[in-house]
Design a protein around this ligand. Structure first.
Ligand SMILES: Nc1nc2c(ncn2[C@@H]2O[C@H](COP(=O)(O)OP(=O)(O)OP(=O)(O)O)[C@@H](O)[C@H]2O)c(=O)[nH]1
Length: 320
């Protein structure tokens, strides 16, 4: 389902969310500039969320005046400043109208954890996660043996979870080397589209083409979906039974990494904030009503099945 219904019964168009990942200095801000221009050329308003490790913003100058922007400084979305992220996103949504949200992560961010943070159940029904675009510095890739194992692991994770990889700074290595690097990147992520770029410039129409493919994938394809890391949001319409919910959790595949959301149970008049990662469910009772959104993040999600099983839970049906 693409759109949510607002309180007046109107269809709400979801905001497309893109995450820009890539190691320090690989070309994310350069890509951001191109992306903003592309959105504007197509009559859309982008909003930007920039995360920087330092306490002072350096890259916000790259964003033209008039573009909605929020900054998260002095920490990485994926580890230390998740609550601040929620507040910033809420403020962006409250103050501005926009069609696209582009999030530039710090070069040190683990992409899975960033997606996890963005897909807050508070407003996940307004967002459509469109995927991770990773920039790879061709020269750094060439010299990657100089990197620590931890950094190299991060670089690989950023590539593995991308929907689109930009092999950037191709002017700094030879044509033959670029060919080898594309081959190596595809070895890490055969589903991603890899484009060779100078100054992160490419035809961004590619994005809508790949996105359409993802959206149309209602049938779980036997060869897997193009898009590796995905999120799915279910909005409960009423209370469910705790026991059935726990049985449903046990039935989930290992490729679901994370669940979080507000769930109302039949035994309580207020919802619980529910958190689940690494097989560990946690429940925290809220003292007021919250949007009953459940966010599910994983690889190659079988969204039809998730939807059907969650609806069955709500209808209190057996054998889900
Ligand atoms: N030679 C060359 N330089 C590039 C290219 N793309 C970007 N640069 C330069 O590389 C530097 C870093 O680019 P950014 O876009 O700021 O990289 P970033 O990933 O946002 O960097 P951080 O914010 O530090 O993580 C800048 O000086 C860019 O002008 C390219 O294709 N070739």
């Amino acid at each position: 389902m693409k759109n949510s219904i607002d309180e007046n019964g109107e269809i709400m168009k979801k905001i497309k969310v893109y995450v820009l990942a890539g190691f320090l200095g690989s070309g994310k801000t350069t890509l951001l500039r191109n992306f903003i221009q592309y959105e504007k050329n197509h009559g859309r308003t982008p909003a930007i969320l920039m995360n920087e490790l330092g306490s002072v913003s350096i890259d916000t100058g790259a964003v033209e005046e008039g573009t909605p922007i929020a900054e998260l400084l002095d920490g990485c979305i994926c580890c230390t400043i998740q609550e601040k992220l929620e507040a910033q996103l809420q403020e962006l949504l409250y103050r501005y109208q926009f069609d696209t949200l582009i999030i530039e992560t710090t070069g040190a961010a683990h992409p899975v954890e960033v997606v996890d943070s963005i897909m807050s159940p508070l407003f996940a029904h307004q967002f459509d996660f469109e995927g991770i675009i990773t920039t790879v510095d061709a020269l750094r890739w060439k010299n990657r043996s100089e990197l620590s194992p931890q950094v190299l692991h991060l670089l690989r994770e950023q590539i593995r979870n991308a929907r689109l990889v930009l092999l950037n700074k191709i002017d700094l290595v030879s044509e033959m080397e670029n060919g080898t690097f594309v081959y190596e990147i595809q070895g890490l992520n055969s589903d991603a589209t890899v484009v060779l770029t100078k100054h992160s410039a490419f035809d961004l129409d590619i994005l809508s083409k790949v996105a359409k493919k993802e959206i149309m994938t209602h049938d779980p394809s036997p060869i897997g979906e193009k898009f590796k890391l995905q999120s799915f949001v279910h909005t409960f319409t009423g209370p469910i039974q705790l026991e059935s919910f726990e049985n449903w959790l046990k039935s989930l595949p290992d490729t679901i990494y994370r669940l979080k959301g507000y769930v109302l149970f039949t035994h309580s008049d207020k919802p619980y904030l529910f958190q689940y990662s690494y097989g560990m469910p946690l429940y925290f009772k809220e003292d007021m009503m919250m949007p009953l959104n459940l966010v599910i993040i994983g690889e190659s999600l079988d969204k039809n099945h998730l939807q059907a099983s969650l609806t069955a839970l709500e209808n209190n049906e057996e054998n889900i």
